[in-house]
Design a protein around this ligand. Structure first.
Ligand SMILES: [Zn+2]
Length: 464
């Protein structure tokens, strides 16, 4: 290689490294209790923009301060490069401080705060899947996935009014007056409220996820929803059944796993493979002891100290491990070769779980080698005391879909499980996208036999 080419490559690698570092520092934690409203708003608008839920000019976020001031995104400033100094403060007496004009949609933010003293943060945007519902004038069902109805509540519907007008403020505030925390705006978008910005973001992201899942499930077949009884059982799951340990120690190998789990959770959120309201990651520590993510902590903002240690069948005191802890515990106990488990709602995989159709991985060699069969299990088989999933895992199954709930994948380590998750989601996406151009023509038996011979070491072994 010529000297100039080597120099150019070196500079490129430095730039790439700087870029990765920049992305990582941008992935800060949202702390609605301690962060300044302007920092919270910038962090959330970046997330929303990065995930394609808003355009450069669309969408706005506000936070109501304790003294009655409203912090809000500015009008006509690029959402992709918004800085804390761009955020506007509208004082209780109406005076505006900041270097821009407040969002043109500010009137409806104000109207909601006046109507609902319990709401302290509002997100408005035009995310494509929810806009799809708004332009055909429908509300997405939130009972297609387990936690969504609880997170989103009943969804309101505001009829069309001129953007930025007081009339729009009136129809939106009227919907929130009925007790709704989230609404669809006719031929426009969505508004979600929250007791703080973490709460409003979780609701926004979960509602958009439901909409996307339904749209994709419709391509595969007919979306199936959960009954209120099934949702009730999910919400009342006993996740606090483990006794607390008396003495806790945090050796360095234990701490290392905490950080690894956080990195994988953040990576899954960044890559669109996990949403803040659902997902469990665990990692074996010593023998059958393991570390697992907690329940009720927003996944985007998970920190090492939130992770729960499970040792000798007891949990770290004062913490609530994931609802699925029992399942993780049993998988580790019965399968010594498994050291990591990820349970998540990835959008394309969940479309298969909601349409309840077979996920055929005989698409490309990589998918089949990595995953083999991915069974679809009925909702409820992942609850404490159920053995159907354990039997599948014991037989050598590495990944499975729990209908209307999640995708579960195991691995020799966290990265291994994460890799399988990515391969599965890519395959699911390809299968859904291919529907508009033709039927899947899977790899044939002879081609599978050739893969079995050539990739013997990589193919998960089936026991029965
Ligand atoms: Zn708008």
């Amino acid at each position: 290689m010529a000297y100039t080419d080597r120099c150019r490559n070196f500079v490129r690698s430095l730039v790439r490294e700087q870029f990765i570092k920049k992305i990582r520092t941008m992935n800060e934690y949202l702390n609605s209790a301690l962060q300044h409203p302007r920092d919270q708003i910038v962090l959330v608008i970046r997330r929303i923009y990065k995930h394609g839920h808003t355009t450069t000019s669309g969408g706005n976020i506000s936070i109501l301060d304790e003294n009655g001031d409203i912090w809000v995104t500015p009008s006509a400033v690029d959402k992709g490069s918004l800085q804390p100094s761009d955020i506007i403060c509208v004082k209780k007496d109406g005076t505006v401080t900041g270097k821009h004009k407040p969002s043109s949609e500010f009137p409806f933010h104000k109207a909601i705060y006046e109507e609902r003293p319990d709401i302290k943060a509002i997100i408005h945007a035009h995310p494509p899947a929810l806009v799809s519902f708004s332009i055909v004038r429908k509300i997405p069902d939130t009972d297609v996935i387990s936690q969504a109805e609880h997170i989103c509540g009943p969804i309101g519907y505001a009829s069309y009014e001129l953007p930025g007008s007081d009339a729009l403020g009136v129809v939106i505030a009227r919907e929130f007056q009925k007790g709704h925390m989230a609404i669809i705006m006719e031929n426009h978008g969505t508004v979600t409220g929250g007791t703080d910005l973490t709460d409003a973001f979780q609701r926004f992201e979960t509602l958009e996820f439901c909409a996307r899942t339904i749209l994709n499930a419709n391509i595969l077949g007919t979306p199936g929803s959960l009954t209120s009884r099934q949702i009730g059982i999910f919400e009342s799951q006993v996740f606090n059944y483990l006794p607390e340990m008396e003495d806790v120690s945090y050796p360095s190998d234990e701490r290392e796993r905490r950080s690894e789990i956080c990195r994988i959770v953040h990576r899954a959120c960044d890559q669109g493979l996990m949403i803040s309201s659902y997902g469990t990651v665990s990692c074996r520590w010593r023998e059958n002891d393991f570390l697992i993510t907690p329940t009720n902590v927003a996944r985007w903002d998970l920190k090492p100290e939130d992770i729960v240690q499970i040792r000798g069948g007891k949990k770290e005191p004062g913490k609530l491990p994931s609802r699925s802890t029992w399942l993780h515990q049993e998988i580790y106990r019965q399968n010594p070769q498994i050291n990591s488990i990820i349970l998540t709602q990835a959008p394309y995989l969940m479309a298969f779980g909601v349409a309840r159709v077979n996920f055929d991985v005989r698409t490309i060699p990589e998918s089949w080698i990595f995953l083999q069969d991915v069974p679809s299990m009925p909702f409820g088989t992942h609850f404490k005391g159920e053995t159907a999933i354990l039997d599948q895992v014991a037989s050598g199954i590495t990944a499975l879909i729990v209908q209307n709930d999640s995708f579960i994948v195991t691995g020799q380590n966290l990265l291994h499980a994460f890799d399988r998750l990515e391969v599965a989601e890519f395959s699911a996406k390809s299968l859904i996208m291919s529907k508009s151009v033709g039927e899947l023509k899977p790899i044939n038996e002879q081609q599978l036999d050739d893969l079995r011979v050539a990739f013997k070491k990589m193919i998960p072994e089936r026991k029965r």
